[in-house]
Design a protein around this ligand. Structure first.
Ligand code: GDP
Ligand code: ZN
Length: 461
């Protein structure tokens, strides 16, 4: 494919000792050669690929030295975009990096749009769409665990799984074709349909399994929206503080990422908790009083997880009962706090009020029980396999919806095959399933949708 040469700053703005301006395209080397002077005098175009060179950038207009730089030369096709890529490493200051970018633009490069490097990698066949989308997830990952999932997807884990399902469907179609072409083999339908049903049933169960991971995938990707509720003075603020203290948010840094939303998330055993309405807890102590019953209902409804805090040194009050009522049917963990004081609350009564909800006892004053609470949170949403790194999660809403559609098409094929519909009708359903799965990896997707997907990226990626 033919593209112009693009350039962008690919490190976070402002900070860091080093900043990188990245160029990609046929002219990347020629453009850099207009600016770059190595001590040896040799141009980049004569240097070996995948090497780094010290030198200076010279403003071609004035002939004066503009920057001291290190230049990485990576020639196609072994690059992220599969095009020639040059990365100019310069001093990290804003002025310096902007000057380098400006020189590159003046010498013939075009400013890259957000996501354009990744888009090129996709359009040049270096990665498929689900891998490209994983780059967005990686940028936004809120915990190490979420990052692992995104990395797995970027390395093509989901792509390979989808590929094997599509392969099975194609083989089925091929089998049907062969049998139709050689009708001398007895009865075509009799031979073909059982095989088709068997293959499609397998594909359906694999899709089901993927869809089942989507709840967890979504949590890892977007965070678990969590509300801490309880009447005044039971220990909500104390709980919030100890969760915030013990769990540093986001850890890893990736070049080119902005992470302005870090503070909102708490990393609990790899599960990103998004604490809802923490300001309310801090400021007025009582979410219901502050924002009114209606809105607090709404906050509760939007929460994936409720931490209902009780004072275990007092009996259950009417207000506690109202809170039990308000959270019925939701995912709730009961936190019975102040266990350092003599216990007055009746645990059997709590279990009766919140059947099935995990009950954790804490003394936040003495820093006890928080580990158990975290364990309860992790196992509530990830069952036994919190630690598994090699699971394939689907987290992207686009993928989930396509999987549901593909599942329906496969099911249609099975039902049709079993009810004696002519085999070429069944083929249509199988083909449809194959196409829908193809949209996940971007095989069968329109340009407009592709543009929309890549516009979600940040600059320099
Ligand atoms: P909130 O109104 O629900 O946010 O409750 P706070 O977290 O502000 O705590 C209210 C009071 O209870 C404070 O004086 C805390 O120090 C105290 N407190 C919190 N947790 C415990 C605990 O586990 N044991 C005891 N004895 N006091 C606690
Ligand atoms: Zn408080």
């Amino acid at each position: 494919m033919e593209f112009d040469t693009i350039a962008a700053i690919s490190t976070p703005m402002g900070e860091g000792a080093i900043a990188i301006v990245r160029l990609s395209g046929d002219e990347a080397v020629a453009i850099t050669d207009k600016l770059f002077r190595a001590p040896s005098g040799k141009p980049l175009s004569e240097m070996a690929s995948h090497t780094i060179h010290y030198g200076h950038l010279v403003d071609p207009k004035t002939g004066s030295v503009a920057e001291e730089v290190m230049v990485s030369l990576m020639k196609a096709p072994k690059t992220f975009t599969r095009e020639d890529v040059v990365e100019i490493n310069c001093h990290g200051g804003l002025v310096s990096v902007n000057r380098v970018l400006e020189l590159a633009l003046r010498s013939g490069a075009r400013l890259a749009e957000p996501g354009e490097f990744t888009k090129r990698a996709f359009l040049n066949g270096r990665i498929d769409l689900s891998q490209a989308e994983a780059v967005i997830d990686l940028i936004r990952a809120k915990t190490d665990r979420a990052m692992d999932v995104a990395l797995g997807q970027m390395e093509g884990r989901l792509s390979r799984l989808i590929g094997s399902l599509r392969q099975a469907l194609i083989e089925t179609l091929a089998q049907v074709e062969v049998n139709i072409d050689y009708p001398e083999y007895d009865d075509v339908e009799e031979m073909t349909l059982p095989v088709l049903v068997e293959k499609c049933t397998w594909v359906k169960s694999e899709i089901d399994q993927l869809i089942r991971t989507s709840g967890q995938g979504k949590i890892l990707r977007e965070g678990l929206s969590t509300a801490i509720i309880g009447r005044p003075n039971v220990g909500k603020s104390s709980l919030l503080n100890s969760l915030l203290q013990e769990n540093k948010a986001i850890v890893t840094d990736i070049a080119g990422t902005t992470r302005d939303i870090i503070e909102e998330y708490v990393n609990v055993r790899g599960v990103p908790l998004k604490l809802v309405d923490t300001a309310g807890i801090r400021e007025t102590e009582d979410i219901v009083e502050r924002i009114g019953v209606e809105r607090s209902r709404k906050v509760l409804k939007e929460a994936d997880l409720i931490l209902l805090v009780l004072n275990s040194s007092e009996g259950l009050s009417e207000e506690d009962m109202r809170l039990f009522e308000a959270v019925r049917g939701m995912d709730v963990i009961i936190v019975a706090n102040k266990t350092d004081l003599p216990r007055m609350v009746d645990f059997d009564e709590i279990r009766k009020q919140a059947p099935g909800a995990p009950l954790v006892t804490t003394s936040l004053l003495q820093d006890e029980g928080v580990d158990e609470l975290e364990e309860a949170i992790a196992s509530m949403f990830f069952g036994g396999h919190t630690g598994s790194q090699d699971m394939t999660y689907v987290s992207n809403a686009r993928h989930v919806s396509l999987l549901h559609n593909a599942r329906q098409a496969v099911e249609d094929a099975i039902v049709a095959a079993e009810s004696g519909v002519p085999v070429d009708m069944v083929q249509i359903d199988v083909t449809r399933a194959w196409e829908i799965l193809g949209e996940i990896v971007g095989d069968t997707l329109q340009d407009s949708l592709i543009n929309q997907l890549f516009s979600q990226f940040c600059l320099g990626k």
